[in-house]
Design a protein around this ligand. Structure first.
Ligand code: ADP
Ligand code: ZN
Length: 730
């Protein structure tokens, strides 16, 4: 919009949020500025006695602050507004929704590297003809160089030195050639081969049509290997054809080297792929390419939902059930909620995809809020791998006390003899172990919550993580009287060692949080396995995600029970998802696959449904149980965490929070299914004491009040945070 230029050039005012995430300074400060400043820019402003970075939320022509008190914007930090209009709006919405300082939510939209100013932009020296100076007609090399530059305009000096040697220096000395610095964006995927789109199957084409003409949100529920990725890529390509941009979200672990290659081959430099294998500089440049519009597809894990693309035409969330889509630090946003806001703002479609949708998402789809597309067949009608349930109690009775059933050992041998690969999955979530009777399969559970109890070694007792009830460790199994009570859960390391003994010539890789630290972490391991540098991959849930290894014909699930009895109302859902996902790694190419599922509880309905790939059956059962026990989606679990290094300060804050919440509780008792304060199951993490108020609410109606009750509690160095349906209650 043209501004009247007659007035003084600096009579503009910027509404600035300073980049300090503290509620005391979480308000607009007015600064005078010149007209080169616009909304979305990062600026340097005087603040208190120092200088700080601020974000310009709005530029206006008048300010209520008296002129003598107004200070000036010192300079713009970047030559362009780092934040788009949509980012500014969304940041406000998120800050309000989760009661966190605006500075914190604005940061979500910027690459971390930008804030720390640690990333240097990369420059190269380029040469061009100055139009001055003379060359002797006998200097052939110099003539050739001049001709080259006449044709190419400019060229990197390094390249010219390579081609023409010392002639470059001579021409520079004579002033014929001049140099300048040129900014370059690092492109980590230069030279990737390109691949055309596949012809879609009828089912895939129907899915694409259904999304485009359907509801604002569509769930694609398709078995593993049904070709969902191809559907997403087509939808994204169509958005680009329409002149728009796209966002494609996947769990970090799914961004395998194969997946990256596939995306690169399809979209070339149109795609900016943000993943943990990139250096800080590369990440920053990928972000820049999106901001500039030279890349139009943002691909990445959770945080890519904040990508600086404008005019979005399609948003895809792959593996929508994945736990990594919930943020574990403030603001504790859910990626779906942000994606929904962006889809609304841009008036585009949002697609959720999974072979094992979360119960909550699936319910919204079957009830008609979301569109639903179901793909029941694998591409080329490849069969789903057969799942054999093995009763580990019988193995124990027969004197086999190892982690491997006979069936699994036999099948492993056959797999290795055939020159194929195997994946062994082991669940090692949680920090302590459940107690299980090795004779009858009994698992110690809470009397009030029907969740497995957790063994706490330091107090030598069993505890419920939902209500805090403690139980004594029983001397014998209360059901069968057996004395073989054990703690479930063997680590991946031990399994890898045992394998080495059983199959001395097999090459074994281990993948878990111990082996995947560092920038390249899981990348390196997946690449090694894909390139067949190993025969057996042993790992935690990391091995379950969307990998496509054609030579894998056997998957072994060693301890399905571990996740079944994880102290969480979603343990059944998680187990179903895990078993289905891990099983889906088997038999993806021409050789048929098999799955061996070891359990102490072979009658368990979750495992039975999973073994038959019966999602609908699982869902019917699960949703009925959630309704009967009033757990989400029929209720809302809210946990308020109070943490601080000073135990007394944390306790004081807890008392205040609890007082405020009690007032709500007294007024709305009928809305509370559960209300209590207690130590968090892990009392101290990283030197911080942890307390919590745990609530189960009939619905989400009181959420606003609860957030307010917590936001008003401010104690020095104590953090109060609200979690909705937390995925981790430790
Ligand atoms: P999902 O994401 O549903 O698990 P993928 O997208 O990985 O399934 O597809 C499974 C396999 O089928 C992949 O190897 C993929 O290359 C292949 N595929 C997908 N669509 C087609 C198609 N239209 N024609 C041929 N092969 C396909
Ligand atoms: Zn309990």
């Amino acid at each position: 919009m043209p501004r009247p230029r007659a007035f003084s050039y600096q009579e503009m005012f910027a509404e600035v949020i300073v980049d300090i995430a503290h509620s005391d300074v979480d308000k607009i400060f007015d600064y005078a500025c010149g007209e080169q400043i616009c909304a979305g820019m990062r600026v340097a402003v005087p603040f208190g006695k120092g200088v700080t970075t601020g974000f310009v939320m709005r530029v206006k022509e008048e300010s209520d602050v008296p002129p003598e008190r107004i200070r000036k914007v010192l300079r713009a930090q970047d030559a362009f507004p780092a934040l788009t209009a949509e980012s500014l709006l969304l940041a406000r919405t998120i800050a309000r929704r989760y009661r966190v300082p605006l500075a914190l939510t604005l940061r979500l939209f910027l690459p971390a590297e930008m804030r720390t100013d640690k990333v240097s932009e990369r420059y190269v020296t380029v040469c061009f003809l100055s139009g001055k100076g003379e060359i002797s007609p006998r200097a052939a090399k110099q003539l050739a160089l001049v001709t080259y530059l006449e044709e190419h305009g400019e060229e990197e000096s390094a390249r010219l030195r390579e081609l023409f040697g010392s002639a470059l220096k001579a021409l520079e000395d004579r002033g014929v050639v001049e140099t300048r610095k040129k900014r370059v964006l690092r492109n980590p995927y230069e030279g990737a081969a390109s691949a055309p789109a596949r012809t879609l199957t009828k089912a895939q084409q129907d899915a694409v049509d259904c999304v485009k003409s359907g509801k604002s949100v569509t769930l694609i529920h398709g078995v593993t290997g049904s070709g969902k990725t191809e559907i997403y890529l087509t939808l994204i390509a169509d958005a680009l054809k329409a002149g728009k941009t796209a966002i494609f979200l996947v769990p970090e672990i799914s961004l395998t080297p194969q997946m990256l290659r596939q995306l690169r081959a399809r979209f070339g430099s149109e795609a900016a792929i943000l993943h943990s294998g990139l250096s800080a500089g590369e990440r920053f440049d990928e972000w820049m390419r999106l901001r500039e519009g030279s890349a139009r597809i943002a691909i990445g894990a959770r945080s890519a939902v904040f990508a600086p693309v404008e005019n979005v035409g399609m948003i895809v969330i792959d593996e929508e059930h994945d736990g990594s889509y919930s943020s574990e630090s403030a603001p504790r946003y859910n990626t779906f909620d942000i994606a929904r806001l962006r889809a609304k703002y841009n008036d585009c479609k949002l697609v959720l995809g999974s072979a094992t949708p979360s119960v909550e998402t699936y319910r919204r789809a079957v009830e008609g809020e979301f569109g639903l597309v179901t793909l029941t067949e694998r591409i080329n009608a490849r069969p789903m791998p057969e799942v054999c349930l093995v009763d580990m109690r019988q193995e124990v009775r027969r004197g086999n006390a190892t982690n491997f059933s006979r069936l699994l050992r036999e099948k492993l041998q056959i797999c290795l003899d055939g020159g194929n690969q195997a994946i062994l999955f082991l669940n090692r979530r949680g920090y302590s172990q459940s107690v299980i009777c090795r004779d009858c399969g009994y698992v110690a559970k809470c009397e009030h919550c029907d969740v497995a109890l957790t063994y706490h070694s330091e107090e030598s007792c069993l505890k419920c993580h939902y209500c805090g009830t403690r139980y004594k460790m029983p001397p014998a199994c209360p059901v069968c009287g057996g004395r073989h009570l054990g703690y479930v859960g063997t680590g991946t390391q031990r399994v890898a060692l045992e394998l080495k003994k059983m199959y001395p010539s097999a090459r074994i890789l281990r993948m878990d949080t111990d082996t995947t630290s560092g920038k390249e972490g899981h990348f390196r391991i997946l690449k090694q396995f894909a390139e067949r540098e190993a025969d057996i991959l042993v790992g935690t849930q990391m091995v379950a995600k969307g990998h496509d290894f054609p030579s894998v014909t056997l998957v072994g699930i060693l301890d399905a029970d571990m996740s079944l009895h994880f102290p969480d109302y979603r343990s059944g859902e998680r187990t179903f998802q895990l078993v289905t996902q891990v099983a889906g790694r088997s038999g993806r190419a021409s050789a048929p696959g098999e799955v061996v599922l070891q359990t102490y509880d072979p009658e368990n309905y979750i495992l039975r449904f999973a073994a038959k790939y019966d999602y609908a059956g699982f869902y019917e059962h699960e949703i009925a149980m959630r309704a009967a026990t009033a757990f989400p989606p029929f209720a809302k679990i809210v946990r308020v965490m109070v943490t601080g290094e000073d135990e007394h300060a944390a306790m004081d804050a807890l008392k205040e929070v609890y007082g405020n919440l009690s007032a709500i509780y007294e007024r709305h008792r009928e809305k509370f299914l559960f209300f209590n304060r207690m130590h968090a199951p892990i009392k101290r993490i990283q030197n911080k004491f942890r307390y919590q108020v745990l609530m189960r609410l009939a619905d989400g109606e009181l959420l606003e009040e609860i957030y307010d009750a917590c936001a008003s509690v401010r104690h020095r160095d104590v953090l109060v945070s609200v979690e909705e349906n937390p995925s981790n209650l430790s």
